[in-house]
Design a protein around this ligand. Structure first.
Ligand code: ADP
Ligand code: MG
Length: 238
């Protein structure tokens, strides 16, 4: 279970996250919704210790991570699959090497075992036959799939995806959203996705939270969000 308690973060006197409080249940998919610049990436990065909050606590399973030293954080990060908004693939490595990287770094698997795992995961994300291609040779949607493959290759039970549909056309946005949902449910991951793409977000989410002005202004299932009496929430959802 993940729990964020009274999280606050400012940059240069500007409050970005203002007393953010929520829980993600085991196996649940939570989508954090909000317009551009509302602090979604800052929130997600805080949840893996890449951003230090000004105050508040973040529990990842049993660990309160805001107080951890870098060495302990590295251990926690190994347990979390993270799909970065920008993809964050290594341009100088081909697809195979990108996906194999966490295995080479964090496991003792031999070459053969790594090859078989990468082959498997490429099937899972529907990307067979592109092992030798470099990121610059891939479409935006394919890059997202490679990033997703790399984020789940260690078998993490927690998956964070930052704007997985940004920069993609509507069909590819829907495909990657469905893929994340399928993978998350199949692997029983506790999943947090940030998005400004309301339609796909509600497709995949068990619950959604809407951020505005640094606060969560609505949170719940699709039906609960749609039934909200808040005019901003209703406007955002329509
Ligand atoms: N490292 C940083 N230093 C200064 N300001 C930052 C930093 N990271 C994010 N911000 C600011 O915090 C706000 C929220 O950013 P972000 O979380 O990236 O928004 P979103 O992901 O919702 O589009 C923005 O105004 C951004 O400029
Ligand atoms: Mg962002």
């Amino acid at each position: 279970m993940i729990r964020v308690e009274h999280l606050t973060k400012s940059f240069n006197g500007q409050v970005v996250l203002d007393d953010i409080d929520f829980e993600v249940q085991e196996g649940e998919i939570l989508v954090i919704l909000g317009g551009s610049g509302t602090g979604k990436s800052v929130l997600l990065k805080s949840m893996i210790g890449l951003v230090k909050p000004d105050s508040g606590k973040i529990w990842i399973d049993g660990d309160e991570i805001t107080q951890l030293a870098e060495k302990e954080l590295l251990k926690i990060r190994k347990e979390i699959g993270y799909l970065f908004q920008e993809g964050a693939l290594y341009d100088f490595m081909n697809v195979f090497e990108n996906i194999a990287f966490p295995l080479a770094e964090h496991t003792d698997l031999d070459k053969q075992a790594i090859e078989s795992k990468v082959k498997n995961i490429l099937e899972v994300v529907d990307l067979e036959g592109v092992e030798r291609k470099y990121p610059s040779e891939l479409s935006g949607g394919m890059k997202k799939r490679v990033g997703l493959a790399r984020s789940i290759i260690l078998g993490s039970k927690i998956l964070f995806c930052d704007e997985p549909t940004s920069g993609l056309d509507p069909i590819r946005s829907r495909d990657i959203s469905d893929l994340i949902k399928n993978i998350s449910k199949k692997l029983r991951c506790t999943t947090v996705i940030t998005s400004h793409d309301i339609r796909n977000a509600l497709r995949v989410a068990d619950r959604a939270a809407l951020i505005r002005g640094g606060k969560i202004v609505a949170m719940g299932t699709q039906a609960q969000m749609e039934a909200s009496s808040d005019t901003f929430v209703r406007a955002f959802i329509q």
